[in-house]
Ligand binder design. Structure first.
Ligand code: ADE
Ligand code: ZN
Ligand code: ZN
Length: 283
């Protein structure tokens, strides 16, 4: 997984390491991540799933299904402000996992809630095409967000948004003001050369049948806790000084890849079920 650029970057002396500080909290899993997830899902749709997506895309100006999956971030602070909390869920530090009552609440809606909500809206044929097309755009986006581990983060640092990181390397992917949240949204994928559409085939083909069978299910809370476990076991275990070293980077890229693959499989699973009218979320 070590890209050429990393090797070059190791030659950059530590003294020139770029010290970066926290960004605004609207950092998002970069457009690439969202498009990759939706493209993997598209490849895995059955004929009815493809028909559903193709039909609804007539209500949508974006060129491809993958393109439509970044729309939710564009409207989060503009026309659809009520959805701004739908992109994440945070857990108080020290808890063992997500508690929907505590962490999502009755009024502040959150990411796993939104996934169920828009999947159900998508399946509901009594809704207008425009409403269901919007539900499709949201669903494609939010299944991606749920698999970026920092979108299921700790409350105290708002999913890594208030943790500054230092990177040992410089490249086109490294910008000023990077937080732990943003490096997981954008920097690791960028630095590893994981792009849309270039990386889609390779990521999709890397999914074994056994993985696909075990990942595809309706256990959205389980997916959420899986992301939270990744945070606790790895993401927050930063090297001393918050400096991202090669070992952390390598593991981060590995995790990012498998999360993109899981997200693609799970999105396809939900879309196929919505097309078949067989969505079956647990109570
Ligand atoms: N705002 C607050 N917490 C957040 C999180 N975990 N991800 C994205 N935006 C947030
Ligand atoms: Zn983000
Ligand atoms: Zn988002």
């Amino acid at each position: 997984m070590l890209g050429e650029r990393w090797c070059v970057s190791l030659l950059v002396p530590a003294a020139t390491a770029i010290v970066l500080s926290a960004p605004a909290e609207n950092a998002r899993w970069g457009r690439e991540g969202h498009k990759i997830v939706c493209e993997i899902a598209w490849r895995r749709l059955d004929p009815d799933g493809r028909q559903l997506v193709s039909d609804l895309r007539r209500h949508d100006p974006s060129e491809t299904f993958a393109d439509s999956c970044t729309w939710a971030d564009a409207v989060r602070y503009t026309t659809h402000r009520h959805t701004r909390t739908y992109h994440y869920i945070n857990v108080p530090t020290g808890r063992r996992g997500v508690d929907m009552e505590r962490d999502c609440g009755h009024t502040t809606r959150c990411l796993p809630w939104a996934i169920r909500h828009y999947a159900i809206a998508l399946q509901d044929r009594s809704q207008t095409g425009a409403t269901r097309a919007e539900a499709l755009r949201f669903l494609g986006h939010f299944v991606g967000d749920l698999h970026q581990p920092m979108h299921v983060g700790r409350l105290e640092d708002r999913g890594g948004n208030s943790i500054d990181v230092e990177l040992e390397f410089a490249s086109d992917c490294v910008r000023r003001n990077l937080s732990l949240h943003t490096v997981w949204d954008i920097t690791f994928l960028c630095h590893a050369g994981i792009t849309w559409p270039g990386s889609v085939l390779e990521l999709d083909r890397g999914i074994t049948q056994r993985q696909a069978a075990s990942w595809g299910n309706f256990d959205v809370l389980g997916w959420t806790n899986e992301a939270y476990r990744l945070d606790e076991e790895f993401v927050y275990q930063l090297p001393a000084g918050g400096e991202i070293d090669p070992a952390y980077y390598d593991r981060a890229v590995e995790i990012s890849r498998i999360q993109l693959q899981r997200a693609g499989v799970r999105l396809a699973f939900l879309l196929n079920a919505a097309a078949a009218g067989t969505l079956g979320f647990p109570d």
